[in-house]
Design a protein around this ligand. Structure first.
Ligand SMILES: [Fe+2]
Ligand SMILES: [Fe+2]
Length: 155
């Protein structure tokens, strides 16, 4: 399934991991319903739930960044906006296009989430934990460079 949680995605901050796990569960439910029966009318409820859990989570992270005065918040906000665009596309397709969501949109959402957690959220989590221990904050570009060349930001 496209969003199945993997423990290697843990960013080391329990509150963020819990949110990410919750999003994965809803994304998995959505994929399972879609694969079982693309015309299942309860898909709309799961899409609404996905929108709600993602919206709550983004707002949570953005408040943390705002409170910390996180210097890379702009790039992170921009990447959240990309996910909201994909989600809007799924909702639009569902409502206007004969109640269909596309497999591509589902896959894109799963890929976006894995990459966002791995880079943007891991970077934020490091800054959150570093601030408790008095370590210096690493700028995003430096963090990205130190994490190999597999980075594919959707920003
Ligand atoms: Fe994030
Ligand atoms: Fe996140």
């Amino acid at each position: 399934m496209s969003g199945t949680w993997d423990e290697t995605w843990s960013v080391g901050v329990p509150e963020l991991d819990a949110d990410h796990r919750r999003i994965c569960v809803v994304l998995d439910t959505l994929s399972a319903k879609y694969l079982a029966n693309a015309d299942d009318i309860s898909i709309v409820d799961t899409l609404a739930e996905l929108t709600e859990v993602i919206g709550e989570h983004f707002s949570h992270e953005e408040q943390v960044m705002y409170r910390m005065g996180f210097s890379d918040a702009d790039q992170h906000f921009k990447n959240h906006f990309e996910a909201l665009r994909v989600l809007s596309l799924m909702l639009f397709n569902y409502e206007k296009n004969n109640h269909a969501i596309t497999k591509d949109a589902l896959e894109l959402m799963g890929i976006w989430m894995q990459e966002h957690i791995k880079y943007f959220d891991a970077h934020l989590a490091r800054a959150m934990t570093s601030s408790f221990h008095g370590h210096r904050h690493i700028p995003f570009e430096e963090f990205r460079a130190s994490n190999g060349d597999q980075f594919r930001a959707l920003a």
